[in-house]
Write a protein that binds this ligand. Sequence first.
Ligand SMILES: CC(C)CCC[C@@H](C)[C@H]1CC[C@H]2[C@@H]3CC=C4C[C@@H](O)CC[C@]4(C)[C@H]3CC[C@]12C
Length: 277
Amino acid sequence: MLPAVVKLCCGISYPHLRTMTGLQRTALAVIGQEITYRQQSGQIQHQLRPQASLRFHEARPEDVKPAKADELFYEQQGREAMSKALSMLEDKDGWKAEITESNGDVIHSKVLSGSRKVFRLEAVLEASVDELYDLLFVRVEEMHQWNPNLQHIKVLKHVGPETIITHEVSAETAGNLIGQRDFLSIRHSCKRKSSVVIGGAAIHLESFPPQAGFVRAEDGPTCIIIQALDEGSRKSRFTWLLNMDIKGWLPKSIVNQALPRAQLDFTRHLRRRLDLS
Ligand SMILES: CC(C)CCC[C@@H](C)[C@H]1CC[C@H]2[C@@H]3CC=C4C[C@@H](O)CC[C@]4(C)[C@H]3CC[C@]12C
């Protein structure tokens, strides 16, 4: 009953919420987080999940063991996510400039049917395709060491050399109004000599249900394209389609500001990591 009333109130006040600014908006985000937290921790009885007591850090890679048929199924899902994300990028219509940084990084956005906004970041990185593939796919489990926006990232299963199932938990960072999220995704890579595509999408696993106390967000269909700028070059063009449903009770305006900011942050941390090697 309570969630229904809250939802109704949110629905009625939604047009006013959209026009809020400053502290009012911050307060709203905090209320949203509180409702989500209470819902997850069982203080609000809403879609209570029977298995939700498993903590993410208790999960070991062996916990998820797909059989042969499942492996083909996951590979298929990975491939599909990648091709859907690539066709979103290929469709040149409806993209609008969102942010242009002084270093040349550009983010465009596009509103999909159902009013979901996706973001496309384009940047040039001082690294070869191989180096980026290594950091972003092969050694993806080290990502939280150089990206403070991630608290935890684990490959739950290697489904063949090109496909992995990953679990990620975003960090609780100061100034982040969104709060922590966890993700369960299939990630598929396709490596060529002078380019790599890494695609992905959220998946559901009965053996790995949403964790108590975390809001499970859904990533994808998403992809990253890495292309060598010239033959044998140590510079690469980096294109990232961010397509994320972060779930929870949050005004769209906050989400649509946080997502491109997360892309710029990610690129900044990636550059710092590349400077070290
Ligand atoms: C705004 C808040 C909720 C989210 C902030 C964290 C975001 C930026 C994090 C959470 C999970 C992260 C993803 C985790 C795994 C991969 C696979 C890798 O091959 C490329 C990067 C990619 C795709 C990461 C991009 C950044 C990411 C989407």
